[in-house]
Design a protein around this ligand. Sequence first.
Ligand code: DMJ
Length: 580
Amino acid sequence: MVRSRSSANKWKYINPSYYLKRPKRLALLFIVFVFGSFFFWDRQTLVRDHQEEISKLSEEVIRLQDLLEDLKNDQSVSGETMNFSHSDGDVGKKIDYTEDPVDAQRREKVKDAMRHAWSSYEKYAWGHDELQPQTKNGVDSFGGLGATLIDSLDTLYIMGLDEQFQRAREWVANSLDFNKNYDASVFETTIRVVGGLLSAYDLSGDRLFLEKAQDIADRLLPAWNTPTGIPYNIINLSHGNPHNHGWTAGHSILADSASEQLEFIALSQRTGDPKYQQKAENVILEISRTFPDDGLLPIHINPEGKAVVYSTITFGAMGDSFYEYLLKVWIQGNRTTAVDRYRKMWETSMKGLSSLVRRTFPSSFAYIGEKVGDSFVDKMDELACFAPGMLALGSSGYGPDDSQKFLSLAEELAWTCYNFYQSTPTKLAGENYVFNKGQDMTVGTSWNILRPETVESLFYLWRLTGNKTYQEWGWNIFQAFEKNSRIESGYVGLKDVNSGVQDNMMQSFFLAETLKYLYLLYSPPSVIPLGEWVFNTEAHPIKIVSRNDRAMTSGAGKSAGQQKSYKRPLTRREGRFGNK
Ligand code: DMJ
């Protein structure tokens, strides 16, 4: 009985009538309820707020870690004295480098141009060699090897366009097929495809690119099986059958035949197989046997040792990169005695170049003329505008007097090339110029196909002299491309630099070279430092490693020494900013 009464007492507290009879207790209960709810609600909000705060802080930590990494890599930008000289220090000129905020803005604009060119290619011409922006389709001008895609790999990488680079890498992994029944140009395939893949390998360390480079180089190699070792210029990618163009009377073209050394030496260094280096270097050995005193070679040479009767001598089309590679193989070979021959031949050719220099009237622009047979021709291709950069780069190997002489010549020629652009209504250069007394320069062939040579030279001159004028000139040229060549679906060339009438082709070298050199013109010199990298003629940077000459003397097969000479490729960051 007692127990049941006490339990009935407890239950009365949940009976509403109990409280209705006692209003004070009801009010107290209400107050406790209200405060309790507030307290509970407040705790929940606090937990939620804290969680948000924690996730914001985590993001901030990641952002700061990235920033710290960037700062470590970019420490040169903070005003530290940069040595522009090559890693062996023989440029002999130290230049203070402090990044100008304008450089960063310009770099972004060039990167935006690359984004636009690339996304147009992705949208309309994916996997094809080149984009025709007006008609919005792809064309396979190089046999369907994805030339623009491969030419762009290193530019995307250097600019930090990582997602685009990854998509391109997937295409190389899954869709790139070299087994094409196509008569390919040995030269174009080497400089764009072998060079582009090797550069992507050196920057990213991804072996896929090296394997692909070796695959295509193996398909090209039979072109060098000639009586002299001077290659034929065309080969079928699936069947071999090397031969020359019908229009050269059986001859090979100088630039096409003697500008594969950088790529093939690099390939031997990275694979340990000397055969590529041997084939490419034998060409220079052969040429050196009958090298003329002025170092100037006709644009036709014969792979079977037959005489070339009549030909042009030029630093423009079909001659250009032969001279460029003599210097660059010397740089790639660390300027050692093993590559002395290249430097000597290059210096001889530079005497020859000087003999072709004339000045216009009335403005005294220096230009490099041409020779046809024994006659001097007052004409210069825009293609020859790579020469100022080459002269500046090579000037460091001379004693002080010659060094200054060739650097001054480089600066004078760069001024002329810049004026090839400035003198037209569109501010874009024509394909070539003629020089008549009283008229300074006149456009000869009037198209502009987005070529890089002038901005290439401006890049070298800015890196080697620190003179910001070259950046200004480059900016004017870039703006002219933006004004005349940028359309909604990519970039096009001009059929005529006077009228501005556009063509329908976005050349792969616009992404490989023109935009890359412009981007580097506004980047700190620690991005692809010239003491550690050498650019092939398609602007693909190749890492300089120790040279091993067993490749030239040993038989076929792998050389252990060579394998040792090639160090681990750089990581992504090291690739972008060089080794510190
Ligand atoms: C490029 O393919 C290379 O620079 C080559 O050496 C010359 N021509 C084009 C660009 O103009």
